[in-house]
Design a protein around this ligand. Structure first.
Ligand code: P1T
Length: 390
């Protein structure tokens, strides 16, 4: 099937399988080959088949970029060596004196990049509660150039209103980037809600199998495409062809996996919500969750990430749960087929100062789950026995 002929009309699952790809012209291989090459032979100077040097482009990467762009409804996708590399390329496109407004509940590595890498270069950031529109508006400055949204947030699974914040940002001439890692384009399409850039750690749900690190930015703005292509060419955070192949294999089943992640997470959130040893459950699929109505409007389903606390705010008990599971593995990362349990305070969010973490509601005892696609009964039984042990 010619990918160009389906991209205008097909639905998400068909696009996930086919977009950006066509059988290899030389061999007919249905899977895009891993073009493990650093350079491409030219017939004469400047006469080539579209690729000159593999830092700039590679056919396996081009296929992945086409696939991701189509899934996000973007004109272009630019693949990076990691999610952090993708974020970095956007921030590097700003200038000293520029300001970023972002969330006080976001991936710790994004916080570290903004605070520890770019503040010394004169790009300042503010971290505010993005579920509070007035707080975001108050944080805007004349020099604010970028609004950085994560939704659902990492790790408190809060839901941020992409459309309203995009309207606010655009009224002030500010571009909006949405880190769509937790939702994936299957559940939420930020560009259709008004965002300018959508960012992914493809390491997570898009790759889907915990076997590759990668990132991407998708956008329909020609000026951003130019800036990002310039960044990747000039600073070199490129993904290798094998990594692109693995990610492309992952996106083919994204829709199927997400349905199971979401169904399992809904059941598990209900189980935790009813458990006497569990205090707060952070999951927008729960009708009482503050993000529930917005998630229903903005997302197709509620995602596979849940955070929770115990009734007793006791570190030893939290640690016992974290070490007491048998199906859930204690590890950083998320979005793979297997279930993971994590401790944001010491793992993914350790680079955020404790006072800032606590002020944002991220307690020392918060437990985060990446709910996999295993049988739900096994996941419930696993958490049940881990909770029984405390
Ligand atoms: O790890 P990398 O591919 O560089 O992606 C960074 C990143 C960006 N955005 C979000 C929302 C993320 O969650 C991450 C990485 N997060 C984890 C490793 C984690 O366990 O939360």
């Amino acid at each position: 099937m010619e990918s160009t002929s389906i991209e205008k009309t097909a639905r998400f699952g068909t696009l996930a399988v086919h977009a950006g790809q066509k059988p290899d012209a030389a061999t007919g291989a249905i899977m895009t080959p891993i073009f493990q090459t650093s350079t491409y032979v030219q017939e004469a100077p400047g006469v080539h088949k579209g690729h000159e040097y593999a830092r700039v482009s590679n056919p396996t990467r081009t296929a992945l970029e086409g696939n991701l762009a189509t899934l996000e409804g973007a004109a272009q996708g630019i693949a990076f060596a990691s999610g952090v590399g993708a974020t970095d390329a956007i921030v590097k496109s700003l200038r000293p004196g520029d300001h970023i407004v972002s969330s006080n509940d976001l991936y710790g590595g994004t916080y570290r990049l903004f605070r520890q890498v770019y503040e010394p270069f004169g790009i300042a950031s503010s971290f505010v509660d993005m579920t509070d529109l007035a707080a975001v508006e108050q944080a805007l400055r004349p020099e604010t150039k970028l609004m950085w949204i994560e939704t659902p947030t990492n790790p408190l699974i809060r839901v941020v209103d992409i459309r309203r914040l995009s309207d606010l940002a655009h009224a002030h001439g500010i571009d909006v980037a949405v880190d769509n890692t937790f939702a994936t384009p299957y559940l939420q399409q930020p560009l259709a809600l008004g965002a300018d850039l959508v960012v992914h750690s493809t390491t997570k749900y898009l790759g889907g199998h915990s076997d590759v690190i990668g990132g991407a930015v998708c956008t329909s703005h020609a000026d951003w495409v130019e800036k990002l292509r310039f960044q990747i060419k000039s600073t070199g955070a490129v993904p290798g062809p094998m990594d692109c192949f693995l990610t492309l294999r992952g996106t083919k089943t994204l829709h199927l996996r997400m349905e199971r992640h979401c169904a399992n997470a809904r059941r598990l959130a209900d189980f935790l919500d009813a458990h006497p040893k569990v205090g707060s459950v952070y999951y927008p699929g729960l009708p009482g969750d503050p993000g529930h109505e917005l998630a229903r409007a903005q997302m197709r389903d509620f995602g596979g990430m849940i955070s929770f606390t115990l009734t007793d705010d006791d570190m030893d008990k939290a640690l016992a749960v974290l070490s007491g599971t048998r199906v859930f593995s204690l590890a950083e990362s998320l979005g793979g087929v297997e279930s993971l349990i994590g401790h944001p305070a010491t793992m993914t969010h350790a680079s955020i100062p404790r006072e800032e973490r606590l002020a944002a509601g991220l307690s020392d005892t918060l437990i985060r789950l990446s709910v996999g696609i295993e049988d739900i009964e096994d996941l419930i039984e696993d958490l049940d026995q881990a909770l029984a042990g405390v």
